[in-house]
Ligand binder design. Structure first.
Ligand code: SF4
Length: 64
């Protein structure tokens, strides 16, 4: 499972990094970014939650 952030859509609210800091962080350009590796098992539920909560649907989750 992997996560991707649409940086053009991100409104820099910081919610994803709050919900799932194992996967999302705020990048140097101010928008969110996701780790570019497989999401650890113990972070998957939080990553899905972050995608659901993103106010502009900027997070895409690719399940295995
Ligand atoms: S929750 Fe969505 S809009 Fe907010 S920082 Fe994360 S990707 Fe950007």
């Amino acid at each position: 499972m992997r996560a991707f952030v649409d940086k053009d859509a991100c409104i820099v609210c910081g919610l994803c990094a709050d919900i799932c800091p194992e996967v999302f962080k705020m990048d140097d350009d101010g928008t969110a970014t996701a780790i570019d590796t497989e999401i650890p098992d113990d972070a998957k539920d939080a990553a899905r939650e972050a995608a659901e909560q993103c106010p502009v649907d900027a997070i895409r989750i690719e399940e295995d």
